[in-house]
Design a protein around this ligand. Sequence first.
Ligand code: CDT
Length: 307
Amino acid sequence: MARHLTLAACQTGPIARSAGRREIVDRLVHLLEEAASQGASLAVFPELALTTFFPRWLIEDEAEIDGFYEDAFPNAATRPLTEAARKLRIGFALGYGEIAQGDGRRRRYNTMALVGDDGEVLGRYRKMHVPGSEEPEEGTTVHLERRYFEPGDLGFPVFDYRGTRVGLALCNDRRWPETYRMLMLGGAEVALIGYNTPLLLDEAPALAHLRMFHNHLPMQAGAYQNTLWVAGCAKAGLEEGQALIGGSCIVAPTGEIAAQAMSVGDEVVVHRADLDLIDTCRRVNFDFDRYRRPAAYRMISERAGPV
Ligand code: CDT
């Protein structure tokens, strides 16, 4: 029997620094309802979907910083989302700032949770490739993710969602081939990715016209080279004076963009993903078990020495 999973990217427009969780969660629930009404059974929200993209500021007050994180998910403020998932029978992946305990101390991660269509959390991913710096750097766009987040410590877990293998990634992760390769090796059939990507970088004005190309290029290549469905979801638009790109999309294992957002506001993009296309693409070009040569790659990279 043919296997399908209808995917939705629930793109949001800008989120103001002053916006409260209740207002934001209401907005996300509305998007989830829209996704479900269009027949979606699994949705992805942006990275840091519960707040503005606060790493654009140097904030020194610890209590103020903590205000951008959740110490539990779901909590009282976010439970309407998991309840909506259960009511609408739709799973979702949601990016948020996570405060966690680890090795006897408090840690902060850029996290994405995967919630099942029963409203229960299936698992979490913590962003592996954390870009930017700890302090503002002269001549570069202020992007202080490395001040506010530790690199993820959970690897690239893959979860079972209604019989489909689903992996997660966040923003800068999507630019790295390792992300998709690790997900594919873990058995993923679908990768859900949330992002917040500035349109303009002070350090590279000459690349400004390529921002959208460089958004889609790695997701299309990652999907194609690893025979995955990829759903990428932006927080987009002019947020607190900074323009964030949109371009949320659903990419097929052929590398084609099957559906794409047209706006930089709240918008739901839906596509009925044919999961059998994964096998077709594997048969045509990527029979990984038969042709990949991990032992040879290891030997060659050992000869080349450490990077
Ligand atoms: N959020 C995030 O990871 N954004 C990065 C931009 C970093 S600019 C210093 C991205 O790759 O889109």
